[in-house]
Design a protein around this ligand. Structure first.
Ligand code: SAH
Ligand code: DHB
Ligand code: MG
Length: 236
């Protein structure tokens, strides 16, 4: 069953890359801070599993469309997507990003500072479930306008439930990597099981009349292969 994991031919991948480069070259102006972040991440040997540049811009646009001022991210890595969110919220906004690996957090903090967003982005180190629990126990629970879930996929459902706890009507929630080269359907890999738990929970809420979100998912191709985003807006 775990074989539902598709690899395309090199020819197809190189065409995905070519179109992504075309998109990026035409629609994304050069951005020294974002480019330096990807370089620093590579120099530190971090896996290149940040969102692709055109996806970072997509998330930034969603956050701006939503007039987001306070964003929560689960899964920081080197801070690449966090810097996109910092650009979206502007200097008076706030991005809180959660990371389990102290080394990733250290690289991220350096990148964020070099990008000029030290006062906008707060990197919190520790297992995200612990940090989220601690946040939920604060005397005043925060309200986030946008939540981006991009960490260990087995916990996608608990992360999504925390996102709902910290939401208002109109909060946007985006979950990365839901397609995973086709593993969403027909694979018993841990990430696929975790992500299906989320999809099926949303469905069961809908069916039992407890609809909290309106949602969809999109499949993507590009330099990160075949993957996808789930996106939701909180209804109430
Ligand atoms: N959002 C980033 C990429 C994140 S990659 C970007 O697009 O730039 C996923 C990150 O989640 C990794 O850095 C990994 O260490 C972190 N992670 C994995 N499990 C975690 C957990 N339980 N709690 C917090 N972070 C976790
Ligand atoms: C992985 C994690 C990600 O967040 C991603 O975008 C791509 C890959 C991974 O753990 O392999
Ligand atoms: Mg991801």
């Amino acid at each position: 069953m775990a074989s539902q994991d598709y690899r395309f031919s090199e020819r197809v991948y190189s065409q995905f890359d070519k179109l992504e480069t075309y998109i990026t070259d035409n629609l994304l102006p050069h951005d020294a801070a974002l480019e330096a972040t990807l370089k620093a991440n590579a120099a530190a040997n971090l896996d290149a599993i940040d969102v692709a540049p055109n996806e970072g811009k997509f998330l930034y646009l969603l956050a701006k469309l939503n007039k987001s001022k306070n964003i929560l991210e689960v899964g920081t890595l080197g801070g690449y997507s966090a810097i996109w969110f910092a650009k979206a919220v502007g200097p008076s906004g706030k991005v809180t990003t959660l990371e389990i690996e102290p080394f990733h957090a250290e690289i991220a903090r350096k990148n964020i500072e070099a990008a000029g967003f030290k006062d906008v982005v707060d990197v919190k180190v520790g297992p995200a479930l612990d940090t989220l629990k601690a946040i939920s126990e604060q005397t005043t629970k925060p309200v986030f306008d946008f939540v981006f879930i991009d960490a260990d996929k087995v916990n996608n459902l608990p992360y999504f439930k925390y996102a709902l706890q910290f939401s208002r009507a109109g909060t946007a929630i985006v979950v990365d990597n839901v397609a995973r080269r086709g593993r969403l359907v027909g694979s018993d890999a841990e990430d696929a099981v975790g992500t299906r738990a989320l999809f099926e929970w949303i469905r069961s809420e809908e069916e039992s009349g407890r609809r909290r979100v309106e949602s969809t998912a999109l499949q993507t191709v590009g330099s990160k292969g075949w993957d996808g985003f789930l996106m939701a807006t909180v209804v109430a």
